[in-house]
Design a protein around this ligand. Structure first.
Ligand code: AMP
Ligand code: ZN
Length: 448
């Protein structure tokens, strides 16, 4: 039971040792709730759900706390609410409910806690006031800024050259910044924008910056330091770099989290997903065509640190694989990954290897272990069956009829009557039966 995880900060796989095995603690940055989540957003949800399941298996379900936040204060939220003429809370609540339903449909467990940023304003202000007191932050023109030069370790996670970070930070140059890299902890709100009483020393009501939200929520629910912090690779800089700076300086600790995990990005049919390219897909849209478990398995077919190319072909393959697992598995078993599957997951969540192991269990000796593995992932046979009933053409031929036609075709081929053998093959194809010839003979499967 030796779990190894790739730690972005160490740039290496490291043996996982929790601070307290009775309370293993992980945090993942969650969605900003202003619109339906896209299929790229589903990747961290699915990947870190596997980690959550694995940790529960290793340490006990009651000994793992998984926190995934909801960012419900953000300029994009303000803009969308104004555009739609609804109030902010209505928009964020509706979007959060949609997200929750999407994630459940994908077959992912809900996290232990789903804190909302707007319910942690007091914690954010407490952190900000500590940072000002310790000289790591300063007030300027009704803003509070984190002073990057006050933290000598800044930049260790992203390991970027200083000039590159400065160039990134210059995107929002502001006259009140002492240093180009300093970032906002608190800013004044304009009339009509959400606003709270500001930290001490500032009169104008204001709102928090994005990075401080996660430092406050992880502190509240997991403590000053915790085991794993996760998110998409795009969050390494500046978001996670800034979270580390805030939390470490506020608590005078040498780490914020002991392991930093990042999933690679998702592309669609080989291209960056974007609204302008017209290849943007929400989780909702994917779920309209596919069972949630098929989408989840398709996501896990690539290793989480690699980029993933999301394709219809990948979904088709996942559907076939899942159907073949359910066909081969015994009816039920306790949730428990088969030894080969467990070994693969223990090696930095090697899900492609785990899936290959599952294919290897499709035989009489493996059917119970396969059932246990399917239950571990909580793949749902009924969901797949219901989907197949709608999408997989019903065969009008019986097994015996198909086999007798295959025999007739074999006879025709033996007699070198290829016209007749092709005719039989084409006729079967029209009836939804696909033949596969190999050196061991001819097998068939239902067309999908
Ligand atoms: P956001 O709502 O944009 O803050 O994103 C929520 C989560 O989804 C973060 O962990 C992002 O890193 C992740 N994410 C966003 N886009 C993609 C993508 N195309 N592929 C993989 N992960 C993504
Ligand atoms: Zn975060």
């Amino acid at each position: 039971m030796d779990l190894k995880l790739y730690d972005t900060l160490a740039r290496d796989k490291r043996a996982f040792a929790p601070i307290d095995p009775k309370r293993v603690r992980m945090y993942a940055c969650g969605p900003t709730v202003y619109d339906f989540a896209h299929i790229g957003n589903a990747r961290p949800v699915i990947v870190f759900d596997v980690l959550f399941r694995l940790l529960r298996h290793l340490y006990g379900a009651d000994h793992v706390t998984y926190v995934r936040n909801i960012t419900d204060v953000d300029d994009k939220i303000n803009a969308r609410a104004a555009e739609r003429g609804v109030d902010i809370r209505t928009l964020t609540e509706e979007t959060y409910q949609n997200f929750k339903a999407d994630v459940a449909a994908l077959g992912c467990l809900p996290p232990t806690v789903e804190p909302r940023a707007t319910e942690h304003i007091e914690e954010m202000k407490a952190l900000i006031e500590r940072l000002v007191a310790s000289g790591n932050a300063y007030v300027a023109e009704e803003h509070v800024l984190f002073s990057v030069p006050s933290m000598p370790d800044y930049g260790k996670l992203s390991n970027r050259p200083l000039d590159e970070m400065i160039a990134g930070a210059r995107v929002d140059v502001a006259p009140y910044k002492r240093d180009a890299m300093d970032f906002v902890l608190w800013k004044p709100s304009k009339p009509g924008e959400p606003a709270w009483p500001s930290p001490s020393g500032i009169k104008t009501p204001g709102r928090p910056g994005w990075h401080i939200e996660c430092s406050a929520m992880s502190w509240k629910h997991l403590g000053e330091t915790f085991d794993i912090h996760a998110g998409g690779i795009d969050l390494v800089f500046p978001h996670h770099e800034n979270e580390i700076a805030q939390s470490r300086c506020a608590f005078h600790t040498s780490v914020m989290a002991n392991y930093w995990m990042h999933n690679g990005f998702l592309q669609i049919e080989g291209e960056k997903m974007s609204k302008s390219l017209g290849n943007f897909a929400t989780i909702r849209e994917v779920l309209a065509d596919w069972p949630g478990d098929v989408a989840r398995l398709a996501m896990l077919a690539s290793h989480y640190r690699q980029p993933i190319n999301w394709t219809v072909k990948g979904l088709e393959e996942a559907e076939k694989a899942l159907a073949s697992f359910f066909d081969a598995a015994s009816a039920s078993a306790d949730p428990r990954p088969a030894p080969g599957v467990l070994d693969a997951l223990l090696d930095d969540l090697n899900t492609p290897k785990a899936i290959a192991e599952m294919h290897g269990l499709k035989n009489a000796a493996g059917r119970k272990a396969l059932a246990g593995t399917l239950a571990f992932f909580a793949f749902r046979p009924d969901e797949l069956k219901a989907w197949q009933a709608k999408h997989v053409p019903v065969l009008t031929l019986s097994k015996e009829e198909i086999e007798s036609r295959i025999e007739a075709r074999n006879a025709a081929r033996k007699a070198r009557d290829f016209k007749e053998s092709d005719r039989i093959r084409d006729e079967l194809a029209k009836l939804g039966v696909v033949l596969k010839d190999s050196k061991d003979g001819t097998t068939w499967e239902a067309a999908r």
